[in-house]
Structure formats: structure tokens, C-alpha cells
Design a protein. Structure first.
Length: 355
């Protein structure tokens, strides 16, 4: 079986040509004989009326009881061939400027096909409705195009055209490659665009079927670790971060500790939290790794890992060689010779520093 697509303007021209020939030329076309006729064994026949009849009666009062037909078939190249299935039903839906075709077959399957503007056809889902029971030709979409009615010999099923809500995270949503679905960034859910608040705005809704589409992620931090005893502002780069409305704001969470995020042209800037609000470092360790997440209300937009270290613990874990352990640590700790301490600071309060 094959799926063919016929442009409506070409069909309109063919209908008009058939009507015109049947009105004014007795259904004949020079060099090709009779090409238009009256169908279904109706006793009337094509006529030789004046040319102005076409404009005066574009459809004609005799059109319905005397249906005109053409002996010239309208041809189109198949956009999809399915050698393993015999197709029995077709229905078409248009959403967001995209055409989605539903095809039924003799084996009881429903095939979902995306039709691209360039003529590309891609099957993106197959669902068994009733095994080995042919799908009836009367596939029907409801009035708002959100459900499709599917009939076999002994059952009728009403199914949503898409089941976006089955995908619980962004990666799963985009991996589905369902042209109905997309990830609603600020609501943190997979849904159709009309279900996403402000989904028509840029970066608010990530279309699942776009091959290059990616979930939001933190591309870069101005630094990835900091001393537990130091406070600083972290610049967080997030490509495609949605704009916010008046009174709305993002927040940074270091595990469960919240700090306010300030929007920039490339992402946000967040201050690190106070040391006393951070979870303790485990015994025998010198650092703790936390999840740094960027959130809108209770929705996590993007996240990465961030590390808090403690140079004092580096010293304690260095045994009999505290200076060597301090200056060779991966955290860039410094050794204050006269005070005999390991520190994250750039200068010692007195004496010489080794780094």
C-alpha cells in the first residue's frame, strides 16, 4: 500500500476542467476524445452550452443529480510505501502548520505519520488497536482534533491523538519525536503547545519532533567549586533560557538552599549560600558535591554539579606532611608558613605564603 498526497489547487483545477468540458464541449477534449462524463448510470449527458454558462452557473443546478466525472486520473507520487501492510483507512490532522496522517491497516494497527512541507513522510508511531481485525475506513477526528475514533468489526475506540503526558521528563519527551508534543520549560511537563502557558513565545515550548532539539542545560559556570568559607557570585550560562514576565523570577538551589538569581543576556548570576546553610562534609572527606539547580517556582529548568571544599580538612587529612598536602591539593589551597594553616585565601594575615 502507499500514501499519496494531492495538492488541493491541482484538484480544483482538475474539477474545474472536467466541469467546463462537460458544460461546453460535450465532455470531449481535442485529440483525446471523451474525458468528462456523467457518472453512476445517470441518464443525462454532458452538453454543448454557451461558454458564458461556466461563469453564470459555476456549479450548476444539475450537478448533484448528474455527477460529473473525469476519465483522466489525477496522478501523484507516493510519499510513503508500506510493503508489509495493506492500508484500509486514512485521516489527516493539521496542527501548528504540520500535517499528521493516521493510517489503519488490515492487521488492526494504527500508524501515525508526519508529513513534512518538503513532501517527506515519516512514521513515528505504530499502535495495535485490535490484532488481526481490519481498521474500518471511517477514521474520524473529533471537532477539536484532540481525539480520534477508530472502528474495527466489533469495537470502537476513542484515543487521544497524542499521549504527551506519558513522558515525565524533558529527555523522554524530546526522544518521543511526536509532532504533537513538546517540553513546556517553565511548567516542567510534556504537552501540546496549546496546553503550555505562553507556549507560543520563543523558548517556552521545545518541539519534540525537531531533530536538533535539546533540553535546556547549564553550558558553563564561571567556576565549578569554591571554598566552603568563601562567598562569591556564580555566572551560570544557559542557552535558550525563556524570558520571564513582570514579577516572575528564577532561583538557584544548592541542594536545598535557595539563593536569588539575577537574569543576564546569557543566563543568570547567583550568589553562593552561607556556609552554615550547607550540608556537612562527610568524615574523611575534604569536599562535598551538591546539585546546583536553576528553578522557576518549583520547576527545575536545568541543573549541574557544584563542589564546596575545605582547605582546613585538606590539612587534617595530609598527616605528617600538611604543607605538601595543602599546596598539592586540587582545590588550589595555600600554606601559611608562620601560622601553620592551609587556607583558600589569597594572602596570609602574616608571614610567607606557599602555593
Amino acid at each position: 500500500s502507499a500514501l499519496c498526497v494531492y495538492p488541493l489547487d491541482e484538484l480544483d483545477r482538475h474539477f474545474d476542467s472536467t466541469r467546463d468540458l462537460c458544460y461546453t464541449n460535450g465532455g470531449h477534449l481535442q485529440g483525446e476524445g471523451e474525458v468528462a462524463y456523467i457518472e453512476y448510470e445517470v441518464k443525462s449527458s454532458c452538453a454543448n452550452l454557451p461558454l458564458n454558462t461556466i461563469k453564470a452557473y459555476p456549479c450548476g443546478s444539475d450537478h448533484t443529480p448528474s455527477p460529473m466525472a473525469s476519465r483522466i486520473s489525477q496522478e501523484a507520487k507516493a510519499v510513503l510505501e508500506m510493503s508489509s501492510y495493506h492500508l484500509t483507512a486514512v485521516a489527516v490532522s493539521v496542527r501548528e502548520g504540520h500535517s499528521i496522517v493516521f493510517l489503519g491497516d488490515t492487521k488492526g494497527n494504527l500508524h501515525k505519520v508526519y508529513l513534512g512541507q518538503d513532501g517527506e513522510a515519516k512514521v513515528y508511531a505504530n499502535i495495535t488497536i485490535q490484532l488481526n481485525s481490519p481498521i474500518n475506513k471511517d477514521l474520524l477526528l473529533d471537532q477539536n482534533g484532540r481525539h480520534i475514533y477508530i472502528m474495527t468489526k466489533n469495537i470502537v475506540k476513542k484515543r487521544p491523538v497524542a499521549e504527551c503526558e506519558d513522558h515525565l521528563d524533558c529527555q523522554s519527551c524530546l526522544s518521543a519525536k511526536d509532532p504533537y508534543c513538546g517540553w513546556c520549560v517553565l511548567q516542567g511537563r510534556c504537552c501540546q503547545r496549546w496546553e503550555c502557558k505562553q507556549g507560543s513565545l520563543q523558548d517556552q515550548w521545545l518541539w519534540s519532533f525537531k531533530q536538533t532539539q535539546q533540553c535546556l542545560s547549564i553550558h558553563h559556570l564561571s567556576f565549578y567549586n569554591i571554598s566552603r568559607g568563601e562567598k562569591n557570585n556564580i555566572t551560570i550560562s544557559v542557552k535558550g533560557l525563556p524570558s520571564l514576565g513582570k514579577g516572575e523570577a528564577y532561583s538557584c538551589f544548592f541542594q536545598d538552599t535557595q539563593t536569588r538569581a539575577t537574569l543576564t543576556t546569557t543566563g543568570v548570576v547567583c550568589p553562593t549560600p552561607d556556609a552554615n546553610s550547607l550540608p556537612p562534609i562527610d568524615y574523611g572527606d575534604e569536599f562535598v558535591v551538591l546539585t546546583l539547580s536553576l528553578r522557576f517556582m518549583n520547576v527545575t529548568v536545568a541543573e549541574t554539579e557544584f563542589t564546596f571544599y575545605n582547605c582546613t580538612l585538606v590539612q587534617q587529612l595530609s598527616g605528617h606532611r600538611p604543607c605538601q598536602g595543602c599546596v598539592s591539593s586540587r582545590w588550589g589551597c595555600k600554606w601559611c608558613v608562620h601560622q601553620h594553616i592551609c587556607t583558600h585565601k589569597q594572602i596570609c594575615s602574616k608571614g610567607v605564603m606557599i602555593f
